[in-house]
Design a protein around this ligand. Sequence first.
Ligand code: GDP
Length: 367
Amino acid sequence: SLTAGIVGLPNVGKSTLFNAITKAGAEMANYPFATIDPNVGMVEVPDARLDRIQEVVPAKKIVPTTFEFTDIAGIVKGASKGEGLGNKFLENIRQVDAIVHVVRAFDDDEITTVSGKVDPIEDIQTINLELSIADLDAVNKRLGKVQRAAKGRDKDALAELAVLEKIQPVLESGKAVRSIDFDKDELKIVRSLFLLTSKPVLYVANIAEDDMADPENSKYYKTIKDFIAKDDPNAEVLGISAETEEEIAELEDADKKDFLEAEGIEEPGLNRLIRSSYKLLGLETFFTAGGPETRAWTFKKGMTAPQCAGIIHSDFERGFIRAETVSFADLDEKGSMQAVREAGKLRSEGKEYVVQDGDIIEFRFNV
Ligand code: GDP
């Protein structure tokens, strides 16, 4: 499954955020025996649609879908030159599908920073520079090979050469490959290069508890947002207080509600982090209902009905016949399966159907 890796300089709050994630994950009712890598934190994806489906088509239990975060060991300056745990750090980033970049955005004299001051922009640049240098190395090596092949007028080599030549100056200026616009064919080549700065990024500003209800009140958060809008326009920024999230994750449900109310927020920041990371990876949700459980399933945007059937069970994909489908919006509006049918909103979809976020599906298949 796809995973988002948590990175950041030392003492910015990465472990605190990761602890909040594992504590929230430990509460999961449906996965009591999940044994996982200590560097992986599994959480349920909060989705209010599940409750509404359960209301309309009651089942014994609700099973949310899950998402994984990976804790990536601390970076040091010079990682791209193999200093400290540098090589391992870059290798770990290579393995994840998206990056959650935690940035210190709170004042606390007791907690030192690498640079001796709180300077989120410098912090962001420090990490991104290491990633750009590592990518630039890879691109330059590849350029050498491809240039030789392109001399022979090899069509693929020429296409790759053009992409590499588009990427090189951007990396040299310290910017991320994801900030470049590519067409479809170019994108295919870019993907084959597995570059670190082509991965989607979510910046998490670790803000003070006092600013949690309204991150815009944090001067650091604003600075980060303005900077990212210019420097890394295809990335997103979230304001979260890691320490508070860890406290929230430890509370019982009833206390949680009181705590959130007192803080003046509707839901834990962790929920926003989970949803944003999910979206960042191009993930969507379909549902199954009407059996023993009302359940959410994760799929990659663009997957067809048989492929989605295969997520539940490979037999479902092999023997796929049809997908009896209703959109969440229609179920929500009609309020019962019978009303959905009477309104002609129950669709019988075939092999080519591209599943949409929010579809509630009953698969018909041969065994
Ligand atoms: P890491 O090195 O990035 O993993 O950072 P840690 O999560 O270990 O945090 C470093 C220190 O900062 C710890 O003492 C945390 O308790 C503290 N810390 C983390 N988040 C916050 C926060 O939101 N506010 C304050 N005041 N301290 C925090």
